[in-house]
Ligand binder design. Structure first.
Ligand code: NAD
Ligand code: ZN
Ligand code: ZN
Length: 379
């Protein structure tokens, strides 16, 4: 079958690889109908991780079940399913507590959590391919209505919709509250959308990419361009209070300033400034324990210059980490089915798998109009 394979920094290719096979009785094989490119894939794409050439990418996958292992009970051939990106067992302590991003059985000893097609997240091939092996299929497949309705909406359940929602949970967003989201990429858009779904009174979205800020504005959020000055100050001026109730980081360690220079902790520090005393911060933008491509030696060792003193003084709290996507996927699916959520507005392109190399390059350049790319291998 064809799959998107990492060749080295800034290069992926669509190549023939071996078809996936049932390895354990609890596996299924899914024929992929839609698979998205994520900002998280770009860390590997840019050579900022230990990903070795040859790894296949793709953790945002949905499709039709093609083959079913003998130990699978709730998934059948022909079912339409989406796989939230956490590969998880469903029975360890963390899975039982809903913390599916920190499954204790799917990775090497001492590590927690697995994902499809991601360095350090276990031996699972990616789904930017014609087919995908899904382990512990009863737990890892989320059932969808048959047919092809809502394909773009359901595809967002594999990562960014639950991840955006998770960010609002980490920050503790409640109805009527004010929220600032840093980053108007797909994850930031879904965090802002989730905050609005939860009944936030005002949601600010910070970025300097005008096409992305326009998307935020169209959903009912208030765009803040950091090229126009300190975003924390801009938001304080608008709320006329001690700050917003909740803040979300959907940028991560590759945060830049207006000049384009990277400043790895700038968003964390701006969030502390933006949020009121005792408010909550949800950090879903990615931070790495070490970063071979970092702009300075502190950042390379993962030592970010986070001003913990100010954070402490303000009595704030912070939640971090990979999102427990599985915890929310079923309920968010039901909102889509009921017509109450339509996350597809964030999808900017639907392309055949063969276009992946070009799509990676354009999305990595944050080219105007390239917000969220869906690859459709069946096309
Ligand atoms: N925790 C999780 O489970 C999880 C899941 C998916 C993605 N992520 C991470 O979320 C982050 C965002 O990913 P994405 O897919 O939305 O794509 P993305 O990387 O394109 O989005 C980042 C956005 O942040 C903006 N930005 C850069 N510096 C900024 C600053 N100083 N202030 C405000 N905005 C700034 C960029 O212009 C861009 O639009 C990545 O780090 C990704 O790895 C985490
Ligand atoms: Zn993703
Ligand atoms: Zn588990």
């Amino acid at each position: 079958m064809k799959a998107v394979v990492y060749k080295g920094p800034y290069e992926v290719a669509v190549e023939d690889v071996e078809d996936p096979k049932i390895q354990d009785p609890t596996d299924v094989i899914v024929r992929i109908t839609s698979t998205a490119i994520c900002g998280s894939d770009l860390h590997m794409y840019e050579g900022r991780t230990d990903a070795e050439p040859g790894i296949s990418f793709g953790h945002e996958n949905m499709g039709i079940v093609e083959e079913v292992g003998s130990g699978v009970t709730t998934v059948s051939k022909g079912d339409r399913v989406v796989m939230p990106f956490n590969v998880a067992c469903g029975f360890c302590d963390n899975c039982r507590a809903g913390k599916s991003a920190f499954c204790l059985t799917v990775n090497d000893p001492g590590m927690a959590g697995g994902a499809y097609g991601y360095v350090g997240m276990g031996p699972y091939a990616g789904g930017q391919a014609e087919m995908l092996r899904v382990p512990f299929a009863d737990y890892n497949c989320v059932q969808l209505p048959k047919g092809n309705e809502h394909e773009k909406d359901f595809a967002m359940l594999a990562d960014i919709f639950p991840t955006g929602y998770h960010a609002t949970e980490l920050a503790g967003v409640k109805p009527g509250e004010t929220v600032a989201v840093y980053g108007a990429g797909p994850v930031g858009q879904m965090a802002a959308y989730s905050a609005l779904l939860k009944g936030a009174s005002r949601v600010f979205v910070v970025d300097n990419k005008s096409d992305r800020l326009d998307i935020a504005k169209n959903m009912g959020a208030e765009p803040i361009n950091f090229d126009d000055g300190d975003p924390a100050q801009q938001i304080h001026d608008k709320v006329q209070a001690y700050g917003v109730d909740r803040g979300i980081d959907a940028v991560g360690y590759q945060a830049t300033v207006s000049s384009g220079e990277e400043q790895p902790a700038i968003v964390l520090n701006q969030l502390v400034d933006t949020v009121r005393h005792t408010g909550g911060l949800g950090i879903v933008g990615l931070y790495l324990p070490s970063d071979p491509g970092a702009p300075n030696e502190h950042a390379a060792k993962g030592e970010l210059l986070f001003r913990i003193g100010r954070f402490f003084e303000k009595g704030q709290f912070m939640g971090t980490g990979q999102a427990d996507a599985k915890q929310y996927a079923h309920k968010l699916r039901d909102l889509i089915i009921a017509g109450r959520a339509e996350p597809n507005f964030v999808v900017s392109q639907e392309l055949p798998l063969a276009d992946a190399p070009d799509a990676y390059r354009r999305f990595d350049n944050r080219e105007s109009g390239y917000t969220k790319v869906l690859l459709q291998p069946g096309r």
